[in-house]
Ligand binder design. Structure first.
Ligand SMILES: [Ca+2]
Ligand SMILES: [Ca+2]
Length: 317
């Protein structure tokens, strides 16, 4: 993968089945209900995921994105709630970067009423996943010898969308740590009903995996394979970003790092998306974004039950 080169993308979820800008812009239902959409929020032009009462997780590479996090009604099913970022956190930085990764934890001044569970196992490969982002929809067709191989990226439109995939692999990128990989498949066992990959604008959005029926945060959108080109001539400006279900017949790389021709033979050779892996960074994340002990939650629940009983006694029916 590194030999081919890839592009950090702060871009939108892009679908195999449709180029419609209205696809999957509301809370997922059925098999994908409660799959993490409810924990997303607007962080500037991008997304973040609530992971603890006072913390959300996003990506580093798009930089600081303002001073608030908005749990929009679109995500929480109610009304927009704006939280303010604690600029004094971490000695005035306002955030913590997880060393050797693209992950960034940001602290708020208030308290989130709910937050995602982190996936801390090591068996992401093969799990159903959902990704969310604010990138653009499909752009122009990418043709190879008269056959469709995928679509160029469009400009990000800022609209949050969700899509599905299956975790193809887990890998490590030097300097960026663990990454989850998902291929953009036209068919076969790797294709899902809402098969999607990332484009410009999707960075920072959450990747959730279905761990035995519970959707857990397993990644934060980082990048996609690219750039691509129809030639290996440098300086002609013909390179482009694209979501490809078959890279065969195209060059991948960059003018600076060089180009590699992907042979157009055999089965489809899809491009992949990459998400910074939560599980390999879980200890570092949990050391900062502290979640209350389960004991405290149990005590609160018991106290609540006692209160209810007392009320019932006072108000017999
Ligand atoms: Ca796939
Ligand atoms: Ca070129």
């Amino acid at each position: 993968m590194m030999g081919f080169g890839f592009q950090p993308m702060a871009h939108a979820v892009l679908f195999y089945d449709t180029g419609s800008a209205a696809h999957n812009i509301a809370a997922p239902t059925a098999a994908y209900e409660d799959s993490g959409w409810q924990f997303q929020g607007y962080y500037g032009a991008y997304l973040g995921t609530m992971i603890a009462p006072q913390y959300f997780l996003t990506a580093q590479h798009m930089g600081t994105q303002g001073s608030s996090f908005v749990s929009a009604g679109l995500f929480n099913g109610g009304v927009d709630v704006t939280y303010t970022i604690d600029a004094s956190a971490n000695g005035g930085a306002g955030y913590w970067d997880i060393a050797g990764s693209d992950l960034r934890i940001i602290k708020i001044n208030e308290y989130f009423p709910t937050y995602a569970t982190l996936y801390t196992g090591s068996s992401e490969q093969g799990l159903d996943m959902v990704t969310m982002g604010r990138g653009g929809v499909r752009g122009a067709d990418v043709m190879v010898s008269g056959t469709l191989h995928g679509w160029k990226h469009n400009n990000g439109d800022g609209v949050a969308r969700w899509g599905s995939n299956i975790v193809s692999d887990a890998t490590t990128i030097p300097g960026l740590g663990g990454m989850l990989v998902a291929e953009f498949d036209a068919s076969g066992p790797g294709q899902t009903t809402e098969e999607a990959t990332l484009s410009v604008g999707d960075s920072g959005g959450g990747v959730f995996v279905n761990d035995g029926g519970i959707w857990k945060l397993a990644g934060i959108n980082y990048s996609v394979d690219g750039l691509f080109d129809t030639n290996n001539t440098t300086g002609d400006g013909t390179q482009f970003n694209a979501a490809l279900f078959d890279r065969g017949g195209l060059y991948q790389g960059s003018d600076g790092q060089g180009w590699t021709l992907i042979p157009n033979v055999g089965p489809d050779n899809p491009s992949s998306m990459y998400a910074s892996r939560i599980s390999t960074n879980a200890a570092a994340i949990q050391a900062i974004a502290v979640v209350p002990e389960p004991h405290a939650v149990i005590l609160i629940a018991i106290a609540g039950m006692l209160t209810m009983k007392r009320r019932q006694r006072r108000d017999p029916r």
